[in-house]
Design a protein around this ligand. Structure first.
Ligand SMILES: NC(=O)c1ccc[n+]([C@@H]2O[C@H](COP(=O)([O-])OP(=O)(O)OC[C@H]3O[C@@H](n4cnc5c(N)ncnc54)[C@H](O)[C@@H]3O)[C@@H](O)[C@H]2O)c1
Ligand SMILES: [Zn+2]
Length: 375
């Protein structure tokens, strides 16, 4: 099976992202290569623990590592300081000292939470990510953003903290619920639109294989996304500039997600709709050609979205756009595609135009979920 090593270049904090099918088997060797001696605090949620923890534990203990499991309830609502506190307590009771390593085995929730704990426990432990969702493999495990939510806002408490390495085993995605695969696809389509027309055409031709988790399609597309994200992070670690392109589709995506009370739509689903809507804005502003717009929307229309869109209130969704952290209405800001593979930042787009773009995306999603059956 092919394997690839992609380096996130950050001077003396550079690290490799290993991508491959069946990489988990190499976990002890890879940890050893990175001078990880243990004990290893394995953090995962209950879903991942049930499916993958026994293999992780067996691999580690048979290679002589001592393991401290921390198994948490699944879900975004547990990504908070209370859960972080429970992890600290568990680690202190187990006598974990500074030589230990935190191994985050899970999706973005576990990666962000365990990463934050690794960054803060006794002023910092070695961190290794083993991402198990498509979103985590192509996005959240790379770049060092760790953190938790606060009652007053998502990801409001956190730290930049880079891992020692990332081990992305595409095989671990085989147990992923289909809806989570679609969520990962949201960010993958985004990478194609903002950075890489070739990737976009791979997704066009390989969509069905990707949704079916075909190993060679997954490997090719995940490793390309990892390369793109790693290059961006290398050039702009702290999101001071270029990394802003990652927000394409997210201004409208976040508004839809918030309007659905973070229950109706999952993040990646909202991003797919946001990408369609923002592409429409780009056409209206004469930034994007009609042909590119049609390519984007026909791809998104082929993705089977199972979301309760009827309950999305357009007016309310619009009211989330252009608000600052205190909820005051200000300027809106969009990262819009100017062609497939390139974006531009645009501010102060008239609200009527944004509303029209929302209509387009919602209509597309309604017809798209019908058409998706023919895929
Ligand atoms: N740090 C970053 O740069 C960054 C970037 C994007 C998103 N995020 C964060 O990522 C989070 C979302 O991540 P997510 O979409 O991976 O969600 P998640 O971690 O909640 O995982 C989604 C669901 O899939 C289950 N799951 C995970 N792996 C599985 C597997 N292999 N088989 C079966 N089930 C599995 C989980 O238990 C969960 O129920 C959000 O909190 C978001 O803020 C962070
Ligand atoms: Zn996103």
């Amino acid at each position: 099976m092919p394997e690839k090593t992609i380096t996130v270049e950050l001077g003396d904090r550079s690290y490799p992202v290993y991508v491959g099918n069946g990489l988990l088997r190499s976990l002890p060797r890879l940890l050893n290569d990175h001078s990880v001696s243990g004990p290893i605090v394995v953090v995962c949620d209950r879903n991942v623990a049930r499916l993958h923890y026994p293999a992780v534990e067996r691999l580690l203990t048979s290679s002589g590592y001592s393991v401290v499991p921390v198994i948490l309830p699944p879900g975004e609502r547990y990504k908070n300081l209370g859960t972080a506190g429970r992890i600290y307590t568990r680690m202190l009771r187990a006598g974990i000292g500074r030589s230990a390593t935190v191994l985050a085995v899970g999706g973005g929730v576990i990666g962000d939470l365990a990463g934050f704990v690794a960054a803060t426990y006794q002023r910092g432990l070695t961190l290794v990510h083993c991402p198990t969702t498509l979103l985590a493999q192509v996005d959240s495990s790379i770049g060092g953003k760790t953190g938790v939510n606060h009652a007053l806002g998502k990801n409001m408490i956190g730290a930049f903290y880079q891992p020692r390495c990332v081990i992305a085993d595409n095989n671990m995605l085989r147990t992923l619920p289909h809806r989570e695969v679609v969520c990962g696809l949201g960010e993958i389509v985004k990478y194609g639109i903002i950075l890489d027309e070739e990737l976009f055409s791979w997704i066009e031709s390989g969509l069905k294989n990707l949704l079916d988790l075909d190993p060679s399609t997954l490997f090719r597309i995940v490793s390309r996304c990892v390369e793109l994200k790693s290059q961006l992070v290398s050039r702009d670690e702290r999101e001071a500039g270029e990394r802003v392109v990652l927000n394409c589709g997210h201004t409208i995506g976040h508004a839809l997600e918030a309007e659905g009370g973070y229950r109706l739509l999952k993040h990646g689903e909202a991003v797919l709709l946001g990408l369609a809507a923002e592409s429409h804005l780009a056409v209206r502003l004469n930034l994007l050609s009609q042909d590119s717009f049609e390519r984007i929307t026909s791809l998104i229309g082929r993705v089977p979205l199972k979301v309760g869109l009827r309950r999305i209130n357009k007016k309310k969704a619009l009211s989330f756009i252009g608000r600052d952290k205190k909820g005051r209405l200000g300027r809106n800001r969009f990262v819009l595609p100017v062609r497939i593979g390139q974006t531009s930042v645009v501010e102060d787009i008239p609200r009527e135009m944004v509303g029209e773009a929302l209509d387009v995306a919602l209509a597309l999603a309604r017809s798209g979920s019908g058409r998706a059956k023919k895929l």
